[in-house]
Design a protein around this ligand. Structure first.
Ligand code: CTP
Ligand code: MG
Length: 232
């Protein structure tokens, strides 16, 4: 299996979780949310190193949490947006131009090794790629509280992380976006903007992002199910 590095943006505030602290420190069945995410990569033999973007306010707490994960080699001060945080890490890390770099949200603790490895294979054979699942709901464009368009569901995918490319491709996409003041909500949109074909790998519905309170209830249910099944 091809080795890879993973960048984990963890420098957000978690505003929509309504806590006085970064949502990544919320405990889920005995461990902080971020520790569950780090564990997935720590336990993957193909993962060479984990690079985190963090907020200076969280430095001590993050440093203590990461002590248990010896693959965490870099803690870099992030920026005001997810995009800026990842760019800060891309500028700081010392990797080879053709190393495979994945980006994975700190707030997505349920990604599987199977999905990560499928993504790595596609990045190696095809170039830039993202993980997603087929949309289950009908999605409409709404303007001024009225439907402007109903999109064809069979073509719609909900895009998750991880997402990735080789270092040179990803760093170039972030540089182009910064120079042209393009803001995207994921890495794939920056890669597209820079002119890359971005492939989609079918992932799992379980790979949800902990964004609002009810995601924590779902997350706890997943963890309970896994502990009953002795999930590794
Ligand atoms: N993130 C980051 N730097 C930022 C903003 C977000 O590294 N300036 C990270 C978050 O820590 C999170 C990931 O990007 O792991 C996905 O972002 P999101 O789920 O939106 O987290 P927050 O921005 O923290 O939450 P909110 O948008 O509710 O404030
Ligand atoms: Mg956010």
């Amino acid at each position: 299996m091809q080795h890879y590095h993973v960048i984990i943006p963890a420098a957000g505030k978690g505003t929509r979780m309504n806590r006085a602290y970064n949502k990544l420190f919320i405990e889920l069945e005995g461990a902080p949310l971020l520790a569950h995410t780090l564990n997935v990569f720590q336990s993957d033999d193909a993962c060479q190193a984990i690079h985190l973007a963090i907020h200076p306010r969280d430095f001590e707490h993050m440093n203590a949490l990461c002590k248990k994960f010896d693959k965490v080699t870099t803690l870099i001060e992030g920026g005001d947006t997810r995009q800026e945080s990842i760019h800060c890490v891309l500028r700081a890390i010392d990797v080879k131009q053709d190393d495979v770099i994945l980006v994975h949200d700190g707030a997505r603790p349920f990604v599987s090794h199977h999905t990560i490895h499928k993504l790595i294979d596609i990045i190696q054979s095809q170039g830039a790629a993202v993980v997603g699942v087929k949309a289950k709901d009908t999605i409409k464009v709404v303007e001024n509280d009225a439907v402007a368009q109903t999109l064809e569901r069979t073509k719609l995918w909900q895009i998750q992380t991880p997402q990735g490319a080789t270092y040179q491709t990803l760093f170039n996409a972030y540089t182009v976006a910064q120079q042209e003041k393009f803001e995207g909500t994921d890495d794939g949109s920056l890669l597209e903007y820079a002119g890359n074909a971005v492939h989609v790998v079918e992932g799992e519905y379980e790979n949800i992002k902990m964004t609002t309170e009810e995601d924590l209830w779902i997350g706890r249910a997943f963890l309970n199910k896994r502990s009953n099944e002795n999930h590794v």
